[in-house]
Design a protein around this ligand. Structure first.
Ligand SMILES: *Cc1c(COP(=O)(O)O)cnc(C)c1O
Length: 219
């Protein structure tokens, strides 16, 4: 199948309630346009500079999601256009996003990345830290940044029981937090290799790269 056919089949499979973020990192603008022409409008990147270059080159009705780790000093480059930042892991970063959003006269939606994987390499904070952020007076005073959900990445393993346990853990905590903070609506979990498990565990946003655009050489 080509990119366009793959997009169409994912749209059918996911239906209206699960959002597909097409992860286009390292892939050329021509690939993104092919997906765009098949109706895809949400793309995800993990490097701010690469995302900014693609934003400049591509149609302006694309919604750009930053799914990678964000350095505070680079927020300013994406603040004019980013649609959702998936991997927020501190109050300090939220503060910077709020500041840059104000400068651009817009509001920026963010997800808190919760560490659910075993590996040390995965970024993210604990559920307890997420609760502290949402509860804090500092956060309540931010006018132009809004936490709209949670994101998690499962351990990179073939053991789908473990993956399922990690996703279920996040879903359970998402549900608990949502009762107190109804503005939490997005649960971003699931990639090419584990999106089916993620959906079974209650994900409503999947981030799929290699099974749409093919394997990447790097990352
Ligand atoms: C690269 C990436 C993905 C997509 O991974 P695939 O295995 O190619 O589907 C999803 N989420 C994040 C945070 C990524 O960096």
């Amino acid at each position: 199948m080509n990119i366009s056919e793959i997009i169409t089949s994912y749209k059918e499979e996911l239906g209206p309630d699960i959002t597909l973020v097409a992860i286009s990192k390292t892939k050329p603008v021509s690939d993104i346009l092919e997906a765009y022409n098949a109706g895809q409008r949400i793309f995800g990147e993990n490097k701010i500079q690469e995302m900014t270059e693609k934003w400049e080159a591509l149609p302006k009705d694309i919604q750009w999601h930053m799914v990678g780790h964000v350095q505070t000093n680079k927020v300013k480059y994406m603040a004019p256009f980013v649609s959702l930042i998936h991997a927020v892991d501190s109050l300090k970063l939220l503060k910077e996003i709020n500041k840059e959003a104000i400068k651009n006269n817009r509001s920026i939606d963010c997800l808190l990345q919760i560490k659910i994987a075993e590996e040390d390499s995965k970024f993210g904070i604990s559920v307890e830290e997420a609760r502290e952020i949402l509860h804090s007076e500092t956060y309540s005073k931010f006018t132009n940044v809004k936490v709209t959900g949670l994101m998690g990445m499962a351990t990179f393993t073939n053991d789908m029981v473990q993956v399922k346990n990690e996703f279920e853990y996040l879903k359970t905590n998402f549900d608990t937090l949502q009762k107190k903070y109804p503005e939490l609506k997005i649960l971003s979990m699931g990639m090419s290799s584990d999106y089916k498990t993620a959906i079974n565990c209650g994900s409503n946003m999947v981030r799929i790269g290699s099974s749409i655009f093919g394997e990447r050489n790097t990352h």
